[in-house]
Design a protein around this ligand. Structure first.
Ligand code: GLA
Length: 349
């Protein structure tokens, strides 16, 4: 067998139809991978160094494969973290030249970060001539990159969406047992579109980690391991703002189940109503919206959206909207549909 000399891998961004801030509470989400994403070309080179180039940013990085160091920030932290976690998991990372290029806007709530880490991991594993193994394990590995190297205490939503996405389907993720059910997304002439709020976000350092801490505090007060186990009356027994946070998680899990039922019944009007209800809950109970997002939601609703909501980690990013047939999304919005998961695109031997 001849050795692999270069590999190109692609990791998709994702849209989350419903189920926000539920993943790290052992809850339910409904994401899909999109056609936009990050492409990584990995080429074997002599020596032990990883030389990385972020083509869109015109920036470079170089480090010893065996000692990626923990002091990097931004895209460099993702590259170094992915190399570090792959090595820790027993994969081989030798001298490599990486070229990274993407078309998911960073900080837009479309998870450019999981697109990057999944593409990188797949490219480096294939370059080493190794098997990628279980994709749930790979999702966990990519999530550790974000948690331990980038400093954002994010859950598994983005990585699972990128690694399991399927054209024409949304994924019902149960983050407690990591079961994944593909549900056909038959939009019957309706359209989903995302619009930037113009307010970028970064989870490390945003209110995201604070929300996670509040959820942990609520679990402690309730004496439960995760908010998935919170009883329906839990909000009545907790002090502010923990009562609101728990109410969001409970109602959002229920909305995911209702959305799956609405999709199976072909009831797109109901889906729009659920998207609106999710936004109200994220704004009022989870309190992760900002003025720029509220203005974007209002514009999309005025343009005829049946539902519009803040998407992703919050505090900025993109707004997702559902438009009925014959109502064209406004020019600021990009139509999105479910596309396939992260993959090796080609390999040279
Ligand atoms: C970000 C995180 C995910 C998830 C969402 C909120 O996208 O990366 O793990 O928590 O926010 O639903």
């Amino acid at each position: 067998m001849s050795a692999v000399t270069a590999v190109t891998a692609f990791g998709p961004g994702r849209v989350n139809l419903l189920g926000e801030h539920t993943d790290y509470n052992d809850g339910l989400c409904l994401p899909f991978a999109i056609a936009r994403g990050v492409t990584v070309r990995a080429q074997g080179i002599a020596g032990d160094e990883v030389q990385a180039r972020a083509a869109d940013l015109d920036e470079d990085d170089a480090f010893e494969a065996a000692a990626p160091g923990r002091r990097a920030e931004g895209w460099r932290a993702f590259v170094r973290g992915t190399v570090g976690e792959l090595t820790a998991a027993g994969h081989t990372v030798a001298g490599t030249r990486l070229r990274i290029a993407g078309n998911v806007p960073r900080g837009s709530g479309l998870s450019s970060s999981a697109a990057l880490s999944t593409a990188l991991a797949l490219a480096l594993i294939a370059l080493a001539g190794e098997a990628e193994g279980d994709r749930r394990e790979l999702a966990r590995l990519c999530s550790r990159v974000e948690n331990d190297w980038v400093g954002a205490q994010t859950g598994l939503l983005d990585q699972l969406a990128a690694l399991f996405g399927r054209e024409g389907h949304v994924l019902r993720l149960d983050c407690r047992d990591l079961s994944i059910d593909a549900v056909a997304l038959d939009l019957r002439g309706w359209t989903l579109a995302v619009a930037p709020s113009g307010h970028e976000h970064a989870h490390a350092g945003s209110g995201y980690n604070a929300r996670r801490a509040e959820c942990r505090a609520a679990c402690e007060a309730l004496g439960i391991a995760s908010l998935r186990d919170a009883p329906p009356d839990a909000p009545d027994t907790l002090p502010a703002p923990l009562d609101r946070r728990v109410r969001h998680v409970l109602t959002e899990n229920a909305r995911v189940e209702a959305a799956v039922a609405a999709l199976r019944d072909g009831d797109l009007g109901e889906l729009g109503a659920l998207i609106d209800a999710s936004h109200a809950s994220l704004r009022d109970d989870y309190q992760v919206s900002v003025d720029a997002v509220e203005r974007t939601v209002a514009r999309l609703k005025a343009a005829g959206a049946a539902g519009a909501r803040i998407m992703g980690g919050g505090f900025g990013g993109s707004v997702l909207a559902l438009f009925p047939p014959a109502t064209a999304p406004p020019p600021e919005a990009t139509v999105v549909e479910p596309a396939d998961c992260a993959r090796v695109v080609d390999a040279d031997t």
